[in-house]
Each structure stands twice: as C-alpha cells, then as structure tokens.
Design a protein. Structure first.
Lengths: 211, 187
C-alpha cells in the first residue's frame, strides 16, 4: 500500500502517532493531490461525526414495557443471581460481632472434626484439560458458565508449538465456554464436542463432564 | 448519555433477574437513544428502526440471565441491535423488490406525498449511508457516529480488528465517492 495512503487510513482510525501526523501535514503543504485526497475524506468523516442524536419515537419505553413477557425470573435464576451477583456488604457492630462469633465457632468445629471418609462432592470433581492453538496470542483465558464468564479466573499457560493449555476441576455436568484471547476477542473452542447458539448470532462451545 | 456506571446497570439487571420487571424501564430510558440511533442509521427507515430497537430491548430482557456481569451493558445492546438489523435487512433481501410488487399491484404503490415527507426526513448522512453495503455501513456507524474503538466494535460485530479496519477504509472511500456524486463535498 502507498505509504501516504496507509498514513491517511491510520489517521482516520485514530492510530497515527503524533510524529507521523506532523510529517503528513508537512507533505500536504507541498503536495496538492495529497491535500485534496485528505480533504475529501475528511469531509466524509466529518459528515458522520457531526451526526446529531436522533429523537426516539414518543412513548417508546412504554411500548417496550408493554411487550415484555410477564413471567418472573425462575427460582433457579433468582438463587443463581443471589449467589453470584456482585454486592457491597454494609455492617453494623452487632452484625459484625455475630458474624465473628460464628466464624470462631465454625473454625473450632472444623479444627476438631475428623471426617470418616472423603466427601462425595470431592470424589466427583473431574480435572478437564483444555487446549487452544493460538501462536500469536499474548494471553488466553477460558470463560464459561462454570466461572460466571469471568475473563481472568482461568488463564491458559503457553505450551510448545503455539498451544495454550489449562486444567480445571469441574463437577459432572454440561458447561458452555469460550476462549478469551488477549482479554478482548471471544473465540469458541474449535475442538469442542458441540456448540450452542447464544441467541445473538454467536456460538459458545459446550463440554460434557462425566465421572 | 448520563453519568451512570456499569455497577449501577448491574444493580438494575440483578433486580430484574430477581423478578422486578418494572426496573427494566430504567435501562430502556437510559439506552433507547443509543439503540434507536444505531438501528435508524443501519436500516435507514424510522419504522424499521423502531421495530428493531423495541425487539432489541425485548430480547435483552428475555436473555438477561445470559448477560456477562463485568462487561458493558451498552456493548451487549449494540450486539443485539446489530443482529436485529442484520436479520431485517436479510429478510428484505429475500422478499420481492418494491418494483416487482408495484408491477403486479400498481394500486398499492406508496403514496407520493408520504414518500416525499419520508425522504425529506432523511438527512445527508442517511442518504449517503444508504448507498453503502451493510458491512461498511455498520463499521462506519459504530466508529464515526457512535465513536467506539475498534476493539469494542470487534466484540459487537464478531469480526477481527484488522478486518474491520479494512472495511472502514473501503467504507470511507465509498462514502466519499457517494458524496462527490451527490455534490455533498464542501471543499
């Protein structure tokens, strides 16, 4: 690509460093063709950037609210939300004292407890290894319903040959997940056993964990 | 847009998920301008934009439990409305063209007066955007009208940043050509 054309494109993308911008401006002073090129593109971009906010049709919110389904969230959703939503706890001294007492009591109980056998839940956890080929990636993580779609809870480690890998412990069940490349790009696992539509034109990978 | 925070949105989403349906109206009020503007710029028609924007909020409400906490609600809405507009444009393409219908049923041709009013409402920007292929229109609207970064557009449009930059370059070139042809350039 022509050097100046590349610079013009990067200028409008917002990617042109200051020194290159100044050099482009210097060239424009003597190059009439370049000046005309930049000016007409500038007109096009300014036209878009000058777009005034549009007025939403009257009564829009009421119409949307009327069309919403009546159903309340299911019990499972409410429990899930209660357990996983972010929240700020506000304590008063009495509540804090009770909580501290409970913690001490529970700590003592755990210290003196000798289990007869390992619990069933622990026995049922399975280690799953996920591999993802991404030689150019700077970092890769896996996000899924098992970690509440957090993008930094389960990072993959770079192995040989551009392959990234991670071991995660999961209880038996079906999980949807995606790899997150460089913290921003969501990619379904190409090696997944199946995929499911997320309802918005994208697909999540699905894995089934069995004992 | 107001000075609301992501955590404020998440608090409302949490309330909705726990069954407080009415709180969703706060999110609709907050984001309706953004959603409707994008829908109008992509479809080029007020009625279609209204439909797509309403459908966007209804889908968001129905699938609220799939919202990824920690991400921006506006990014999620952009994704949904973009897909609604894509569906609408795809359906139009599958249907008979207006000329085909008019040839068979001339009595149902649009009222010229109504058409004139409708055309007048369209600004220069919309007339220029309407002339572009949908892929180019999407990236120009999100980048230069909505002012989003390519990284965010990549999440919304499901395309790589490099592919989007190519579309933006070509889209700007085409837009310039359209404007020159229509005598819209200023200098």
């Amino acid at each position: 690509m022509d050097k100046n054309q590349d610079r013009i494109d990067r200028l409008f993308d917002g990617d042109l460093p200051e020194d290159e911008r100044r050099e482009l401006e210097r060239q424009m002073e003597t190059d009439r063709g370049l000046r005309a090129e930049l000016s007409s593109l500038n007109d096009a971009v300014r036209l878009l950037e000058g777009a005034k906010p549009l007025e939403t049709p009257a009564d829009f919110t009421r119409q949307v609210m009327q069309r919403l389904p009546e159903q309340r969230a299911s019990l499972i959703d409410r429990v899930r939300t209660f357990l996983f939503r972010g929240r700020v706890l506000r304590w008063n001294m009495a509540t804090a004292a009770v909580a501290a007492l409970l913690l001490v009591t529970a700590g003592l109980a755990i210290r003196h407890y000798r289990p007869a056998s390992v619990t069933t839940a622990q026995q049922q956890t399975v280690t799953v290894r996920l591999n993802f080929y991404a030689p150019a990636a700077q970092r890769v993580a896996v996000a899924g319903d098992f970690n509440r779609w957090q993008t930094n809870a389960n990072p993959l480690v770079r192995a040989d040959g551009g392959v990234w890998t991670v071991d995660i412990r999961l209880q038996p069940g079906s999980y949807s997940y995606m790899f997150v490349v460089n913290g921003t790009t969501w990619v379904p696992d190409p090696a997944a056993e199946s995929f499911q539509d997320d309802g918005f034109g994208k697909k999540s990978a699905v894995m089934r964990v069995q004992t | 847009m107001s000075g609301n925070t992501g955590s404020d949105d998440e608090e409302i989403i949490t309330a909705c998920l726990q069954g407080d349906r009415d709180r969703f109206s706060v999110l609709v009020d907050r984001y309706k301008g953004l959603v409707y503007s994008v829908a109008y710029r992509l479809t080029g028609d007020q009625d279609k934009a209204n439909d797509a924007a309403q459908e966007c909020f209804i889908s968001a409400y129905i699938h609220l439990c799939d919202f990824r906490f920690g991400s921006k609600f506006s990014t999620w809405l952009y994704t949904i409305v973009l897909n609604k507009c894509r569906d609408q444009l795809r359906q139009e393409k599958d249907m008979l063209s207006v000329d085909d219908i008019a040839a068979v049923r001339p009595s149902e041709a649009p009222d010229p007066e109504q058409e004139a009013v409708r055309r007048e409402v369209r600004d220069d920007i919309q007339r220029a955007l309407d002339a572009l292929p949908p892929d180019y229109r999407e990236v120009l609207v999100l980048k230069h009208i909505q002012g989003l970064e390519f990284q965010e557009i990549s999440r919304i449009a499901g395309a790589s940043v490099s592919a989007l930059k190519v579309r933006a370059h070509r889209g700007r070139e085409l837009l310039r050509a359209v404007m020159e042809k229509a005598g819209m350039n200023h200098g």
